[in-house]
Design a protein around this ligand. Structure first.
Ligand code: 5GP
Length: 128
């Protein structure tokens, strides 16, 4: 089964300029902007400009230029935000939700970059 990209998703509309965003960084293949409902003092979403549904779709089908550009952009954002733990920053967390199990809301691949407070354990522990 192949991925089917829904070009009416909210990030596709942001990329087409139909919905405004607070841009943090834009490169040839990548756009990064602030999350509308931040879950930490810093909450940036990094998205490829191409039509990829989720992480594995992007990794398997994007060009090398897109993949390199995306990750360089994400690193550059960490640098600009001053959160790099090896450079005196307080650290950060990257998250990418894919599909139902991870409760992915927007079906356009995106990387969350969260920082600015103690982020706690990676996952809530299951009860019992
Ligand atoms: P997901 O649950 O798919 O991993 O995350 C989707 C993220 O997109 C959420 O953190 C949500 O707050 C954010 N989001 C949803 N709609 C918009 C929007 O219109 N603009 C921005 N900047 N972020 C959005």
């Amino acid at each position: 089964m192949a991925y089917i990209y829904d070009d009416q998703n909210i990030f596709a509309k942001i990329l087409r300029g139909e919905i405004p965003n607070q841009t943090v960084l834009e490169t040839a293949h990548t756009l990064a902007f602030n999350d509308i409902q931040p879950q930490a003092p810093i909450h940036v979403l990094v998205i490829p400009k191409g039509p990829y549904v989720c992480f594995d779709h992007f990794c398997l089908e994007a060009s090398e230029a897109e993949i390199v550009d995306f990750h360089r952009a994400a690193g550059e954002i960490c640098r600009q935000l001053g959160v790099q733990p090896g450079m005196g920053g307080g650290g950060y967390r990257t998250i990418s939700n894919a599909g139902e199990a991870a409760v992915q809301d927007v079906p356009h691949y995106h990387l969350h970059i969260l920082a600015g407070r103690k982020l706690g354990p990676m996952l809530m522990r299951a009860p019992g």
